[in-house]
Design a protein around this ligand. Structure first.
Ligand SMILES: NC(=O)c1ccc[n+]([C@@H]2O[C@H](COP(=O)([O-])OP(=O)(O)OC[C@H]3O[C@@H](n4cnc5c(N)ncnc54)[C@H](OP(=O)(O)O)[C@@H]3O)[C@@H](O)[C@H]2O)c1
Length: 229
């Protein structure tokens, strides 16, 4: 059987890097994108078949088009996972944030992943998966504390855009997963987070391997549990 193929978008560090490591360990063929060269990612080259594409900022449509063109001859992907995200000035209430900061968070966390999916869904193998990294903080019904308001709203917007994207492509042969990785110790998650990257990545990959071939749009966490919208 040929190796399964994953495209991991935003793999320089944190969860993207951990996912590349885990997919390689599971025998997948991985293409990983970064904005700038990442020594940590390059160091994974010995762990399995890894192709690295640099200069890919998901907010830059020309860069995404360049990536698509560069991969035109490559076989289709079984899984396309947009991991990249930001939490710029997340502690400042949205109403007090400079407009350009709030707008940039929405671009990167909500609009750019959907534009990436729009650009790449035809590159999915039959029964493939599009996976978008969201957060439990993007759940409207679970929002009681209200903190990290601009980040929460950007992920809630991503969830809504993803459901619309799935509806728009309701006859497609792929499935769509909105993934909550848990609260993970990364630059974004901070040192107090409850999970290490390896545990989260191990869980997410197991969930996604089990999900392969299933259609529809679901909101799952790294244990496979459904998260409320
Ligand atoms: N850590 C958590 O507890 C947690 C919880 C829920 C959801 N998440 C989500 O998980 C994802 C990864 O987060 P993380 O914790 O691994 O954060 P991280 O360590 O800060 O890593 C963020 C990654 O996103 C990339 N990135 C940011 N903006 C980008 C852009 N415009 N184009 C391309 N790449 C971009 C970064 O690349 P550079 O190195 O070039 O900056 C980096 O690889 C995010 O979507 C985040 O919202 C994290």
């Amino acid at each position: 059987m040929s190796r399964r193929r994953a495209l991991i978008v935003g793999a320089s560090r944190g969860l993207g890097l951990g996912l590349v490591e885990r997919f390689l360990a599971r025998g997948w063929d991985v293409t990983a994108t970064v904005r700038r060269p990442s020594a940590a990612l390059a160091a994974l080259a010995g762990a399995g078949p890894l192709r690295i594409e640099t200069g890919i900022d998901i907010d830059d449509d020309a860069a995404v088009a360049r990536l698509r063109a560069g991969l035109a001859e490559a076989p289709d992907f079984d899984l396309v996972f947009v991991v990249a995200g930001v939490a710029t000035q997340a502690g400042t209430p949205a109403g007090l944030l400079p407009r350009e900061v709030a707008g940039a968070v929405f671009q990167t966390n909500a609009l750019s992943p959907i534009r990436f999916a729009e650009s790449f869904h035809r590159r999915l193998a039959p029964d493939g998966l599009i996976v978008l990294m969201t957060s439990k903080l993007g759940s409207v019904s679970l929002n009681r504390g209200g903190g990290w308001s601009s980040y929460r709203a950007s992920k809630a917007a991503l969830n809504t855009l993803a459901r619309s994207f799935a509806g728009q492509h309701s006859g497609a042969a792929w499935g769509l997963v909105l993934m909550h990785p848990g609260w993970v110790r990364t630059d974004l998650g901070g040192r107090r987070a409850t999970l290490d990257v390896e545990t989260s990545a191990r869980g997410m990959v197991a969930v996604l391997e089990a999900r392969q071939g299933q259609r529809g749009c679901v909101f799952l966490d790294y244990t496979g549990a459904t998260v409320l919208w």
